[in-house]
Design a protein around this ligand. Sequence first.
Ligand code: ADP
Length: 494
Amino acid sequence: MKKEFREILREKNLTALPNVLLASAECAPLSKTGGLADVVGTLPKSLAKLGIDARVITPYHRVIKDKYADRVEHMFDFYCSLGWRQAYVGVEKLVLDGVTIYLIDNEQYFGDKIYRGGQAEGEQYAFFCRAVLDCIPNLDFTPQVLHCNDWHTAMLPMLAKTQYQGGMQAGLKFLLTIHNIAFQGKFGFDYVQDLLNVDSRYYTPEFMELNGCADFLKAGCVFADRINTVSPSYASEIKMPYYAEGLEGILNARSHELSGIINGIDKKVFNPHADKLLPATYDRGHLKGKAVCKAALQERMGLEQRPDMPLVAMVTRMTEQKGFDLVACILDDIMQHEDIQFMLLGSGDERFENFMRAAEYRYKGRLCAYIGYSEELSHLVYAASDFFLMPSRFEPCGLSQMISMRYGTVPVVRQTGGLADSVEPYNRYTGEGTGFGFLNFNAHELLFTTQEACRLYTESPVAWGNLAAQGMAKDFSWRASALEYRKLYRGLFT
Ligand code: ADP
């Protein structure tokens, strides 16, 4: 019988660190639709520096095949059971920046979009979970921890513990990281049972049932050994019904096994001192380059050349989560009463996109709405702007506010989740802080806080400069987060 990893460590008096396999639907730079990809792509590199062999297992999506096919090594293949179906599983390997990434290949499931949407997405990731568990014993790597991320991989602990007894899979320790509790993977139980042979005794509120659905994320919350989220504040918030989307019961019950670790940002990618995507670089003591960037953005986007006018920016998904409904409420107020420019780079809900297109027409020369996704332009926007708006309804962690601080752009945020943990509100008496914050999800609070920020910029340039410099001095590197993850992994064995 296999000995528990903890016993082995104790016997050998080792302080060895566990091997970790991160399972995720996306992984930067291979495949990315959001912050999850950044975490999974960057964390293993920082863990390696702390002595942990962390590898990634992720689908071999079309976008990866198109770009990396000639660098990928075929390891082995087999057929796995998906209910009554037999599905091909190719296991490929790619080493990128020193990180080993295992890619699960199947044209039917991963030959098109990263997320197929609806029921099809349930089948897509049910397959992925099954393929991961079936292939693990044959990898050239023996993980002790399987680190699952969001609902797409949240079924792994339940399947391992209920269907792989006696196998090495059941002996693994499972960490589930919730990057966004709003997405839970809810499907009819019959559908899930047909795909994954889940015993109907698990279809109860005690296990995976929620509001008449089989809920993948709930199953993960029940069966994972530990749960964490991407900021300490969000870890507290998701115990409340307002944020928990129905999972408050299980999360309160497992409160002592739930924690939060804030993400970092890639300091090499986001570095105003050496950013090749900028027309001029700068750092804390030498801000001339920031003014050059502002002029370049104004020129490129058809905004008036006004170095003195505060430039307020957003780089965002245009959704209610990001507080776009608040922005829509106050935009006319702020454009009509304040002497400011507004730069939006984003895409999302059609109604918000149309609203911003119309606003651009109304405020020609002072407002630019660039509807679309552009990594390159985003760097210029972060560097060129004076303020960055992020009035999120909820924000598990948020990277944009950290990026903007790094570029000396002062964030104006709603103090929720990771925004509350990373932005220290300005104290006008002591001058301390790194941004502006408001508490309630309320359009007027956003309006007044933005006005306060603009006033500081125009009336007290020295105070504003100090505030921006304090933000730039903050350390948002991955090292601190990786240290916390290392502690969490080790904690799984004590
Ligand atoms: P979320 O993952 O919830 O969308 P985050 O703040 O955690 O929000 O991460 C968003 C990331 O995506 C940031 O790096 C941001 O710069 C980038 N981003 C969002 N929208 C765009 C866009 N339209 N163009 C370029 N980058 C974008």
